[in-house]
Design a protein around this ligand. Structure first.
Ligand SMILES: Nc1ncnc2c1ncn2[C@@H]1O[C@H](COP(=O)(O)OP(=O)(O)OP(=O)(O)O)[C@@H](O)[C@H]1O
Length: 232
């Protein structure tokens, strides 16, 4: 499985829909998303609470299947993949920082970052994981378990874990939500630095207009649709 360097398109969707709820009471969440995101682009997704931002990210990141339409990421059509196939498509290629950090409670901060690297078949997993944790200011918390870390520290472990495999596409849902101003600035700098250095695609859900302004493209969602799409 490889990314399509000719088209240089990281993500392409056609008429993507998501409908949840029961058959008797279906709830349309996404109502037809058409989107092309180039490799290396930085994209902010804005929009009111409940407009479908996290749902769209879950589909683009291969965490959830769309109800209808096509999603192709790095030239891979997601609709054809089962859960294992999606996990393989994500591994090492797609980095994800979710609002709930999903750190494994039985693993230390270092292990939470190193183990996915090992799973992706990377060498020097622990040395690289340590370097990533130092980069997010957590060199002094390597052996702490998630329960021993503050919310902002857990968020930074999740960010270190997401960027460590140097993914081609990095998704972040409110990556600075739990951080103070200074730490938030440092983390934002780290995300954009990774995006530039690796030519990665960066897709960030945020309510922070300052952070959105730093992205080359801003999508605004409303009621399950893309209401506006502007480039800087
Ligand atoms: N399992 C579900 N069944 C029915 N509706 C759901 C389900 N999961 C999410 N929703 C609804 O889907 C809508 C979109 O949710 P989503 O989390 O994508 O919005 P969001 O724009 O990311 O919001 P926020 O900014 O608050 O995180 C919401 O109205 C939510 O209540």
């Amino acid at each position: 499985m490889s990314f399509d360097p000719v088209a240089d398109i990281a993500i392409r969707t056609r008429n993507v829909t998501l409908t949840l709820g029961s058959r008797d009471a279906p709830t349309p969440i996404l109502r037809g998303i058409d989107l092309e995101i180039a490799q290396g682009e930085s994209v902010a997704i804005l929009g009111p609470s409940g407009s479908g931002k996290s749902s769209l990210m879950a589909i683009l990141a291969g965490l959830e299947q769309a109800s209808g339409g096509d999603v192709s990421v790095g030239g891979v059509a997601f609709a054809t993949l089962d859960e294992d196939g999606l996990a393989r498509a994500r591994r090492g290629r797609i980095g994800i920082v979710l609002q709930a950090f999903h750190l494994l409670p039985t693993m230390t901060a270092l292990e939470n970052v190193a183990v996915p690297l090992e799973l992706a078949g990377e060498g020097d997993a622990f040395a690289r994981a340590e370097a990533e944790l130092v980069a997010v200011g957590l060199g002094h918390r390597l052996t702490h378990y998630p329960v021993q870390l503050s919310g902002g520290e857990q968020q930074r472990v999740a960010i270190a874990r997401a960027v460590a495999p140097q993914p081609r596409i990095l998704f972040a849902d409110e990556p600075t939500g739990n951080l103070d101003g200074k730490t938030s600035d440092a983390i934002v700098e780290l995300l954009f630095q990774r995006q530039r250095d690796a030519g990665a695609t960066l897709i960030i859900i945020t309510h922070d207009p300052e952070l959105a302004r730093r992205c080359k493209r801003v999508l605004t969602m409303a009621d399950g649709r893309i209401a506006s799409d502007t480039r800087a």
